[in-house]
Design a protein around this ligand. Structure first.
Ligand SMILES: Nc1ncnc2c1ncn2[C@@H]1O[C@H](COP(=O)(O)OP(=O)(O)O)[C@@H](O)[C@H]1O
Ligand SMILES: [Mg+2]
Length: 328
């Protein structure tokens, strides 16, 4: 009898334990399901679906958690909408601005080019023989007109640089000495108009090649040579020297001008910095800013050495083999 009672008692305990087990298991399962729901909601947010909400809270704690998560989703969604609207507005403005600048620079360039052609006709005596004074006056007009054309182009390029990342378009195996000679012959008329000469020294026997963006590097050389010409107040020539230095090549542009004070050197590559010393013509301070950006984008650097009151040497050091754009 007592054995039977003990057996019954044990059965009862086992039943109670099984019931507890079932209750605990179900509770655990509900928690797990709820956690899975929360994880799912976070996944939805991560993949950009902000229309999602968390539901199914059973306890007060779960309800609190649900409220916090749902209100956070709402505020993220509000901010997301605001950002999207802002980006759309910026895009519209950028298109308007770019159209405006493109139209403006085009409209500014047309008369400048027309003037240049007219000056050429006048200088070629197509409208009758010019006197010495008339010839000089027209030559001066032609020079300032060229400066203006150059300025408009620099403005347009700066604008493009601001809008898009500077994209480098590499031409492989460019004959560098030849390339530099071609650029100098293009600038020669401006030098002549300013009564200056450009002396080129190529201190390398080999006719070496390099991978460069011809358009951009031409722009840099033009900037530096024109700066040299307009600052070379103590002599009637500037010197351009090309050196091949192992993996790199270097182009020095030296003028015998008033030089640049050490304090000023820190500022000359800044956008719109243009120092005026009363003797030299100055532009709008974009030349060196642009040149520096371009040379860096091409994987090189610009160095300046100046003896105030005597001379200035700008050096461009560029790799011969273009690997990749370090700015990207
Ligand atoms: N070769 C040079 N000799 C002396 N000063 C120079 C020379 N090149 C540039 N600079 C100084 O750096 C300034 C910035 O040059 P740049 O960016 O080309 O602008 P900008 O020529 O339009 O003034 C010049 O205004 C001038 O003060
Ligand atoms: Mg300049």
């Amino acid at each position: 009898m007592s054995v039977y009672l003990i057996f019954l008692f044990l059965c009862l305990i086992a039943l109670i334990l099984v019931c507890f087990g079932i209750i605990l298991f179900r509770k655990n399962q509900t928690h797990k399901n709820y956690l899975k729901k929360i994880i799912n909601v976070f996944y939805q947010i991560r993949y950009g679906n902000l229309n999602t909400t968390l539901t199914g809270a059973r306890t007060q704690l779960e309800q609190e958690l649900e409220n916090v998560i749902n209100s956070s989703i709402e505020s993220i969604s509000d901010r997301d909408n605001m950002i999207r609207e802002h980006i759309d507005r910026e895009r519209e403005m950028a298109v308007l601005k770019s159209d405006f600048i493109a139209a403006l620079t085009h409209d500014l360039k047309v008369p400048v080019i027309a003037h240049d052609k007219t000056f050429d006709l006048l200088l070629g005596n197509k409208f009758g023989e010019l006197t010495q004074e008339q010839n000089e006056a027209i030559q001066n007009l032609k020079t300032s007109n060229m400066d203006l054309k150059y300025l408009i182009e620099a403005l347009l390029e700066t604008y493009k640089l601001e809008q898009t990342r500077l994209s480098v378009d590499i031409a492989y195996g460019v004959q560098i000495p030849l390339f530099i000679k071609e650029i100098i012959s293009l600038i020669e008329p401006i030098a002549v108009a300013h009564n200056k000469k450009i002396n080129l020294t190529i201190s390398t026997s080999e006719d070496f090649t390099a991978d460069i963006d011809k358009f951009l590097i031409k722009r840099v050389l033009q900037n530096l040579i024109l700066n040299g010409l307009s600052h070379s107040v103590n002599s009637d020539f500037i010197e351009v020297a090309l050196k091949s230095k192992g993996e790199n090549f270097q182009i020095d542009i030296k003028d015998n001008g008033l030089g640049i004070e050490e304090e000023e050197i820190k500022k000359i590559f800044d956008k719109y910095y243009s120092g005026s010393n009363g003797l030299t013509r100055s532009g709008v301070g974009l030349g060196l800013y642009l040149s520096n950006k371009i040379v860096k984008a091409c994987g090189g650097k610009i160095k300046v050495k100046s003896n105030a009151g005597e001379n200035t040497v700008f050096s461009i050091i560029l790799p011969k083999y273009y690997k990749n754009n370090p700015q990207k």
